[in-house]
Design a protein around this ligand. Structure first.
Ligand SMILES: Nc1ncnc2c1ncn2[C@@H]1O[C@H](COP(=O)(O)OP(=O)(O)OP(=O)(O)O)[C@@H](O)[C@H]1O
Ligand SMILES: [Mg+2]
Length: 352
């Protein structure tokens, strides 16, 4: 069975339900490109989402409902994305064949490629058409998502009167937003650092060649500050964001930032090393950072020094316009890195 992916012609509201916050983005395609109609985010209660699964549906539903109501979003069609252990993305090399044959082949052979029981997953695929000559094999991107987890999202959204029409994968949504806004021809590393996971996606000519999720993120910083200074989670979060002065714990907090960011950088370097082994002579031209964790002060410079690559923050609205009276340009700018995935989902719609 395929993922419940419905191609349609209406506007779709992009919903990124992360472990820290729900992000919403609504776009409209105009004659000069996409226009941002509305966007916003709302923090979830601790533990409501874990490793890409909904652990407290009621709380998540309430936050999504209030966020959409606050933004006066009337559109009921939404797209959301999944990540974590419940979804497996795998590139397999297959004999090239027609689309219908490919589907038949994948469904009958899927158990070879994915470690889940085939009845428990939605399967989708895309032929990357890497075969240059007749008879060559082609790379096919295979996605398997646990029905149980996807159905939880569908149920939650439907309970709010929403109509989920697109199921995306975080890494693909990020890639989609990048492709719309940046030059596709570059070899680039996209790195999204959220609250509890880091997604690394290396693209060559728009095709993902290294993709991985690592269980690190900005929540680590909060938890370490909380433990080290014996504080409540919210107090530690405020210190991390610089909203509250640290006082006596300054040195401890600096150590926490340094050791955690060093760990993040090591993960990024591991992925780049892996890429370089199979792509000698195709150096990366830059690294683009997204997610709330990307906003840690000094991280861009630190990563640039360590990877010897130009590093910049992801701007998912680079090639978009917004009504300045409705959306504060400063807000649009500062929320940009967190909105990369939500905007990538919203971009899936083909409305004019
Ligand atoms: N300036 C900042 N410095 C450090 N951390 C920040 C900053 N701004 C936001 N964050 C952190 O970024 C995280 C939220 O980012 P984001 O919305 O990308 O995460 P998420 O999508 O909810 O999580 P995940 O993708 O891991 O499930 C929070 O942990 C928040 O504290
Ligand atoms: Mg996220």
């Amino acid at each position: 069975m395929k993922l419940p992916f419905v191609s349609q012609n209406d506007l779709v509201v992009g919903l990124d339900i992360g472990s820290h916050a729900v992000k919403v983005c609504q776009l409209k395609r105009g004659s000069g490109g996409y226009v941002v109609l509305s966007l916003g985010s709302a923090i979830l209660p601790e533990g409501a989402m874990e490793d890409g699964t909904i652990t407290d549906g009621e709380s998540v539903a309430l936050v999504v409902k209030e966020l959409l109501a606050g933004l006066k979003i009337k559109n009921r069609k939404v797209g959301f994305s999944i990540s974590g252990y419940s979804v497996i993305v795998k590139k397999v090399s297959l004999e090239s064949m027609e689309e219908s044959k490919l589907e038949e082949h994948i469904l009958s052979e899927a158990e070879q490629y994915i470690p889940f029981d085939i009845d428990d997953v939605y399967i989708d695929f895309q032929d990357l058409k890497t075969n240059l000559r007749e008879g060559d094999r082609t790379d096919v991107m295979l996605v398997a998502a646990k029905k149980e987890i996807v159905n939880d999202y569908l149920e939650l959204l439907r309970s709010l009167g929403l109509q989920p029409v697109i199921v995306d994968v975080d890494g693909f949504a990020l890639e989609n937003s990048y492709e719309y806004n940046y030059d596709k021809g570059e070899n680039v590393a996209l790195v999204d650092i959220g609250a509890s996971k880091m997604n690394i996606n290396i693209l060559v000519n728009g095709i993902s060649v290294v993709a991985r999720d690592v269980n690190v993120g900005s929540r680590q910083l909060t938890e370490q500050i909380q433990n080290s200074l014996d504080l409540e989670f919210e107090e530690a979060e405020a210190i991390k964001l610089g909203a509250t002065p640290v006082g006596d714990g300054q040195e401890e907090v600096e150590d926490i930032f340094l050791s955690t960011c060093t760990q993040w950088v090591l993960e990024v370097k591991k992925a780049i090393d892996l890429y370089q082994v199979s792509h000698t002579g195709q150096p990366l031209s830059r690294l683009i950072l997204s997610g709330g964790g990307a906003k840690v002060a000094g991280l861009v410079e630190f990563l640039a020094r360590e990877t010897e690559l130009p590093v910049e923050l992801f701007n998912p609205f680079l090639k978009m316009t917004a009504n300045k009276k409705k959306i504060d340009p400063n807000y649009l700018n500062s929320i940009g890195p967190e909105m990369a995935i939500a905007s990538g989902i919203a971009l899936r719609s083909s409305a004019i």
